[in-house]
Design a protein around this ligand. Sequence first.
Ligand code: LMR
Length: 394
Amino acid sequence: MFETLKEQPADKILQLMQMYREDPREQKIDLGVGVYKDASGNTPVMRAIKAAEKTLWETETTKSYTGLAGDPGFADAMVSLVLGDSVPRDCVSAAATPGGTGAVRQGFDLVKMANPKAKVWVSDPTWPNHLSILKHMGMEFTPYRYFDSATRGVDFVHMIADLTAVMPGDVVLLHGCCHNPTGANLTQAQWKAVIELLLDKEAVPMIDIAYQGFGDGLDEDAIGVRMVAEKMPEVIIAASCSKNFGIYRERTGLLMTVSKDRSRSKLNQGTLNYLNRQNYSFPPDHGARLVTMVLTTPELRADWAAELEEVRNSMLGLRQQLADELKRLTNSDRFDFIAQHRGMFSRLGASPEQVETLRRDHGIYMVGDSRLNIAGLNKTTVPLLAEAIVKSGV
Ligand code: LMR
């Protein structure tokens, strides 16, 4: 049987991670995978998570199963973090998943069950794993234009032009904030226009929110998703706790559905439970429990929010430093977009050859589409990157 298996395409981001590890050069900079790193290159366990872990170790008396949707306290805490009071809680059904990727995968599964004919519209570009999962599931998808490679901002005119072809029941995948891979995000006015269009087209928005708190702040980054939840009759939301709680390997995420018709919530909840049971039975609990403890214990929550703010400000500082340095070296403002982008990533707009030159000649690793992880930099490496960018002819 196994002889029929074919080699699968390698994930570009994970492949880059491996290449970086194997590079023997001392002077190298990893701007690849979306993991936060502090100034010394470490990905720390956040203080509040560490404190919650200690308490959990002391107080947890069983490792028996939770519910199929995970601990209800986790869903409550996360629904409130993501959706605020944009919709009544009883319009939301939610199930814990293994990470944000698990939530995305279950979300697509839900679409497939509810409307096998649905086409999924994805931003061009989007996180490559969105496409890989859709392909793997045999689901139809179509890109909509999103990024303007001249301005490095959102190409909103073409985005709207492409989305006018959406059919009733189609699903439009949107990034809640901190667009991956571009760093270019919708304004509130643009969110509003997208909502009006989707309402008109009777399409269903699916929002992937994996970086809440990394852009402009916890509430600010949720504005788009909350506007959508408030206005649209049905929404699918995949949230990740990997980045904003720094618990990557604990695989902690939540899939939510919003339905304004409350009589659907029970059915939706049952479907989410069913999907969990089919795919992995009970979702992992450790990370979810830590998140719940952090969000529901006032001192831990305050400390977590403060540390997240430090992380966010450090990335904003690095963005500004890089934009300033490039302005100085090029005598132009053509890299100012780096300071305007939000989240962990910016798409630099370098060609694949220039990305390769940066890696080969300067030991600088970024994804082939020239996505760079701002958090992979520090004050000392910013000037090195700026110089290499200029030398590589970007
Ligand atoms: C990324 O885009 O680098 C992260 O979301 C990590 C991943 O799994 O790809």
